[in-house]
Write a protein that binds this ligand. Structure first.
Ligand SMILES: Cc1ncc(COP(=O)(O)O)c(C=O)c1O
Length: 478
């Protein structure tokens, strides 16, 4: 089997899609030996199943027992899909430089890297003229976009955004809109801000789903408002990509960014996909090898296309991981959504039914959301709730302000002054019914009678059980 025949859609797309234009011609199919078939056969995910994640670890509790880790922190980072790990293992067999060698392994690695770009493009419905740039993560993607804006571009962003989406823009050219109360309110706030925008170049930055409450934003409607006024739209899909389909055309957005480690590909890569003109006109994000077309003593000519912003040796295994995750989710979209919709209902209903637990939302309790719930427990500090869930029950959650300080402060504004943080549970493909049952029982017990053992605050570690016999150091993985 040849490289070309193993990834059949690649070559037709290469002819018309500009995100591949700076790529050297892929290896000619003919010379590939028959015994290399094992190297180039793509990983095929079974259709219409919830993609499997790597096995959850057994973790110690302070009671001296071991339980299966119940990961309710998918919103921070997801575990690897088994198919992603397999794809990375396979690509590791031929791991080599990308676009820097004629050796066979280099050609295969280069081909994997460009095929990964193609898979990401397909995952988000990239259009003619869009580029797929590999970055480190969403934060990196928005910093790249911020540095690529034409001079005098005004940016409009809601205060509810994650800091990665809120902060990269130059302060004096940025308008921050307040946290809206309803979808209609969001539309009115944006319309008003656009009417007041004076620059000929405006970028509206939106989130697909809140990392605090999991609620989906009305992207299509907000993007239509922006487009009507000639503004471009950038979508933070960090909390959307793993849950719902993204199609740039249907949504009407110009740029989208997301991170591999939030879609079951924890191997250090993210993406920025979108219109090439601003990106091609901007200074290279990372000046160096790979970003250059020619260098003379007096001048440097930079590449156009994704290579312009991907200076240095690319993270080919990260790109392979992102692509494998995109493929698995895309091919099993229906099963993923059905699994998550069931989890969302159980989590939301279950937590709301517990006395002393208060859950939070931006747009109201009935808003459509990912399996994410943020809550407080009456009379129990959020950091103690998360410590007790971990130490006593083997459950991983997050507490704090979730890198969205302005939103959390707004959501907690009506609470007692001493309640400044909350607990977030975020479920996903590693979540089982038993995990949900365990979480709900543990939160109910905490709300009713407090933690099951005594805790003390330890500098640098937060709350820890007073009598904790667990090893604090584990064997290193290398
Ligand atoms: C909505 C949202 N945007 C952006 C980010 C930043 O992602 P990363 O840390 O991968 O850059 C996060 C991370 O939690 C997020 O939840």
């Amino acid at each position: 089997m040849s490289i070309a025949s193993s990834i059949p859609h690649t070559f037709t797309r290469e002819r018309r899609q500009p995100w591949l234009r700076s790529v050297p011609a892929p290896a000619a199919p003919a010379p590939i030996a028959a015994n290399s078939a094992a190297i180039v056969t793509p990983i095929e995910a079974p259709a219409r199943q919830v993609p499997a994640v790597v096995a959850s670890p057994q973790v110690p509790t302070c009671h001296g027992t071991f339980v299966e880790y119940a990961n309710f922190d998918h919103g921070a980072s997801t575990p690897a899909l088994a198919s992603v790990k397999a794809a990375v293992d396979k690509a590791t067999q031929t791991y080599s430089s990308v676009h820097r060698g004629q050796g066979w392994a280099s050609q295969v690695s280069s081909h994997y890297y460009e095929a990964a770009r193609d898979e990401v493009a397909r995952f988000v419905g990239a259009r003619e003229g869009d580029e797929v740039v590999f970055t480190r993560n969403t934060t990196d993607s928005f910093n790249l976009l911020a540095r690529s804006l034409p001079r005098r571009t005004q940016v409009i962003v809601f205060a509810s955004e994650h800091h990665a989406t809120l902060l990269p823009w130059e302060g004096r050219k940025t308008t921050r809109l307040p946290v809206p109360l309803t979808h209609k309110d969001a539309e009115a706030l944006l319309t008003d801000a656009l009417k007041r925008a004076t620059s000929s170049s405006t970028l509206v930055v939106l989130s697909g789903a809140s990392n605090v409450t999991g609620e989906y934003w009305p992207i299509e409607r907000l993007a239509a408002i922006a487009r009507k006024r000639g503004a471009r739209v950038a979508l933070d899909a960090a909390q959307l990509a793993g849950h719902r389909r993204i199609d740039l055309d249907t949504l009407g957005v110009d740029y989208v960014a997301f991170s591999g480690h939030k879609i079951y590909a924890p191997y250090g890569a993210g993406v920025l996909v979108g219109r090439s003109d601003w990106l091609d006109a901007a200074a290279p994000y990372l000046a160096g090898g790979g970003a250059t077309a020619a260098v003379s003593p007096l001048s440097t000519t930079w590449q156009t296309g994704p290579a312009r912003h991907e200076g240095g040796s690319p993270n080919v295994l990260g790109a392979v991981a992102v692509a494998a995750a995109c493929a698995a989710i895309r091919e099993n979209r229906g099963a993923v959504e059905a699994h998550e919709s069931r989890l969302t209902t159980r989590l939301v209903d279950g937590l709301r039914a517990i006395g002393g637990v208060e859950t939070f939302s931006i747009f109201g309790d009935d808003a459509d959301r990912a399996p994410v719930v943020t809550f407080t427990v009456e009379d129990v500090e959020s950091s103690l709730v998360s410590a007790a869930l971990s130490a006593e029950h083997g459950i991983g959650v997050r507490d704090g302000k979730f890198c969205a300080h302005l939103l959390v402060d707004t959501l907690l504004a009506d609470e007692d002054a001493d309640i400044t943080t909350a607990v977030r549970v975020s479920a996903g493909l590693a979540t089982t019914d038993e995990h949900v049952d365990r979480l709900l029982a543990a939160v109910a017990s905490l709300a009713a009678t407090g933690p099951g053992v005594e805790y003390q605050k330890v500098e640098g570690r937060g709350w820890v059980p007073v009598d904790d016999q667990r090893e604090t150091l584990v064997d290193l993985p290398w």
